[in-house]
Design a protein around this ligand. Sequence first.
Ligand SMILES: [Fe+2]
Length: 312
Amino acid sequence: MSGTRGVLVSLQRCVFVISGQGQGLFRSKRMSTESAVKRCLRTYSSAMYRSAYSRGESVSVLGSVNRAAKMSTVSGKETGLLFRQLLDYKSYTYTYLLADPVSRIAVLIDPVIDMVDRDVALVRDLGLDLKYAVNTHVHADHITGTGEIKKRVAGCKSLISKVSTAKADVHISEGDVIKFGPYQLDCYSTPGHTDGCMSLVLRSEGLVFTGDAVLIRGCGRTDFQQGDAGKLYDSVHTKILSLPRFFKLYPAHDYTGQTSSTVGEELQHNQRLTRTRDEFIKIMHNLNLPYPKQIDKALPANMVCGVFDASQ
Ligand SMILES: [Fe+2]
């Protein structure tokens, strides 16, 4: 039996696997959570479940397996969060599409102007109702697609933090929520790369979208746009790396081909953020990075949803 044809549900120490064809109710009683998960994994040979299992300890395994199961399909239909990670291969920016499969309400995080055709086509192909296009911050390396998307998708609103002072339909602040169907993104203020940086936490699924605050094994630079290394260290440690270790971390960029990490992984392996605060500040002050190529066009355009005519 294929693992992707079933649903795996956990309840305390009992684990049930219900087959997609309805013939195999499997129940494990009076066994530890880890044993129950192991037994399910033996029963279901899906690589997805096995890779979830291999990622960590029993509690996080169970969380991962549950999320993997919820995102799987039954009879070819989406049964959980619809989630796509999309790449702009020029600026190495990740755009995230999140949607509720029932109401079809969707949210786009950090769209790029050059990729708007792709994003709008995908939204239409999937029959989604794109309500929100959110920028995690005022980007310096590419022009946002939010303004262009608004022109093409009726009813879509642009969002950015109030602190950024950039133009948008909705300004978000710490503690605000972005709702789509039964899901909600919690808005966390995580300044340091810029004053207006927000991280978005999808707590029910164990996901955090960090913008440039935390990158995989790194972080955003702090040498322009109100950058402040001490502030970044504090906000990352109090707001992002204090989330449960199994939370999956999705950054706004990756330059090495990686797509995601976890809070636990970054607490252990992030070359900058595992240092002391003083060491971190010293590292950030001595990076000597080149001036971003797009910054002179991108910053003024991104203050107005990317619709500024950069040629003028
Ligand atoms: Fe940035």
